[in-house]
Design a protein around this ligand. Structure first.
Ligand SMILES: Nc1ncnc2c1ncn2[C@@H]1O[C@H](COP(=O)(O)OP(=O)(O)OP(=O)(O)O)[C@@H](O)[C@H]1O
Length: 263
């Protein structure tokens, strides 16, 4: 459902962030993108919806080549790609409900959104989503009154109310404590499963990635170094992605966490 062909991004500074990346993601697959700082993870995610313009190569969402679209057509296609950010990107002075509904801005006309008059079906869906993520009681609170984990749940609802085919998730847990991080990752993966949604999750925490996804992509210097199931991430593989480190500790901690999740 998503296909990248020879995707290259070279920034004006000369940094080659992506070097001819090929990637195919089937419908409903949740994939973690790991790799050291500067490997090109955020660039990859942002080149897919063209928040960052690729230098060359193609991105296909289904049959549509995103890289060939005019700005109007791209705006319409972006509705099919929900984005979840590390810093939540909520409007602080708006309520939880208003933040969630802002995910419909790509669908409603300018005046409707300006006057915040969303169709009732959108409001109903926002309530359903807030209920699903455990925030129904918070609908009228201002975003700046929420904890980090609650904010991220609002960010998730805002992405889902777009009714996307694909989620692009950029370090969703980087600002959260370990327990909340696990809850948020679990929630994202459960929601993808419920909705048959594909997702690419850029995540620094290897153990967390291994715990929840079916497929891991390891990026290094803008190229795919590893593509496989989480249990194939051996210490040797992690060393090729990240360089020398004591990986046994990371892998052991996954085993412990797995037990905890299974309980
Ligand atoms: N706007 C920019 N202008 C110039 N170079 C950039 C820009 N954004 C990223 N880069 C460079 O591109 C490369 C990849 O950066 P990117 O942010 O995609 O990596 P990352 O894997 O997401 O890193 P991190 O895990 O630290 O967020 C780096 O060398 C970075 O310095």
């Amino acid at each position: 459902m998503l296909r990248l062909e020879k995707l290259v991004k070279t920034y004006k500074t000369g940094d080659q962030a992506l070097k001819a990346v090929d990637l195919d993601i089937p419908e409903g697959q949740v994939l973690a993108l790991i790799g050291p700082s500067g490997a090109g993870k955020s660039t990859l995610i942002r080149c897919i919806n063209r928040l960052v313009e690729p230098s060359s190569g193609q991105v296909y969402l289904g049959e549509t080549e995103l890289t060939g679209l005019s700005s109007g057509a791209l705006r319409r296609e972006r509705r099919r790609m929900g984005m979840i950010f590390q810093e939540y990107a909520l409007v602080e002075r708006l309520t939880v409900m208003e933040n969630v509904l802002s995910g419909r801005l790509g669908y409603v006309g300018f005046w409707r959104s300006f006057l915040r008059k969303y169709p009732q079906k959108d409001v109903d869906e926002a309530f359903r989503l807030l209920d699903r993520v455990g925030l129904l009681e918070m609908a009228d609170k201002r975003a700046d009154e929420l904890s980090g984990g609650q904010r991220q749940r609002v960010g998730i609802c805002r992405a889902l109310i777009q009714d996307p085919a694909l989620l692009l998730v950029d370090e969703p847990t980087a600002s959260l404590d370990p327990k909340t991080s696990r809850q948020i990752m679990r929630l994202i993966c459960e929601l993808c499963k419920e909705r048959g949604l594909a997702a690419i999750i850029n995540i620094h925490d290897v153990a967390l990635a291994q715990m929840f996804v079916q497929r891991v992509i390891g990026l290094r210097f803008g190229a795919i170094e590893f593509d496989g199931p989480p249990d194939a991430l051996t210490p040797d593989v992690l060393t090729t992605i990240y360089g020398e480190e004591d990986w046994e500790a990371t892998i052991e901690s996954v085993d412990e966490e797995d037990l905890e999740v299974a309980e």
